[in-house]
Design a protein. Sequence first.
Length: 426
Amino acid sequence: MNYLSTRKNAPAVAADRAIRAGVAPDGGLYLPQTFPSFSLEQFDDKHSVADIGETLLRPFFENSPLAENLTAICQSAFNFNVPLIQPDPSQPDLSILELFHGPTGAFKDFGARFLFRCLDHIASPADPVTVLAATSGDTGGAVGCAAEGGSNARAVILYPKGRISAFQERQLCCWSHPVNALRVDGDFDDCQRLVKTAFSNIALSTEYGLTSANSISIGRLLPQMSYWSQAALAHFRETGSRPGFIIPSGNLGNAVAAIMARICGMPIGPIVLATNANGALHHWQQSGDYIARAAIATIANAMDVGNPSNFERLNQLQNAKIDAVYKVDNCAIKARISDTLTKFDYIACPHTATALEAYSRLDHRARQHRRWIIAATAHPYKFADVVDPLIGTSTNLPANLASVATRDVSVTDIAATDRALAAALA
């Protein structure tokens, strides 16, 4: 299995080299050259995310030294629960896939843990790696947690000043060596631009062994296929039908991972995206024209992306149909958080609320025709400053996040310039 750049001006590479590089030499994003085709019988005795992930990902690591370590990587990275719950028994067509039971309370834990375990095997003391990650919220916490205590790969995390929640910021800045947090005077798109420019700077990239932990890295998207596959397989075994997915979307990595799983033959039905007020994807789905735009700050801040990097992948994938994109503004997010507690006795984070709102806007026939699985991408406690006033009570601190409150924090402020980032790396 080899990987090619979306810009088609870089040599094909095996999985370990694609993961190590992060971005292709021509500035494009890596995609598998081909996709394996699975029969569902191959998963008959596979039920956990780790076991399903190992079977699903095995062909993607052929001809790579990482293949011999894939079992251990999956078992170590995916060692927490992924419950699929039904919040309201009177609505059997609605389920919620809770992706926030990992150590940092967000779905990013799957990709970050898998990626850093791969890097542990790829890098060495003589050939270290610097993971450079831009985050609009949850990626940085997951990357910092996954990197902490490592010897061969350090993490440098960029996040936009004043654009993330208080808890998210603490969770970005509380990890010890070899993790460094950089607070950028700009928005997420500025952070993302700095990262992509650094990767394209051959001298800088070579000097520090730069690679990515954002969803521009194929090492993030491959593992995220696993939980989509587990949820779809579980539903298909129970009912014989293919569920639809409603996915909160910012940089599009989670959605592209679901599409890739469907291309491989997983029993996934229609895929619907829910965005916040950042409207690039909604405009594209409505008009067929993709127009990048400046990011808009919203209360669903992990999705504050005006120019999703993974659209470049989406545009290259065959059979990558998106059935609908719903744009949800702050007022609708707030109303949906309150309404969900009232109706279901369930507390949703702002990002999960965008998906619940999208579900409510589906055509009645579409809701009745199949079960819809909503991705709950983060624990609501991470957004208590938004959620608690809307629900009139305090969101409980979950055990997997409790240690963050007692950790020391460290952060470096930088301007949104290439020179400032180069100085921080040094």
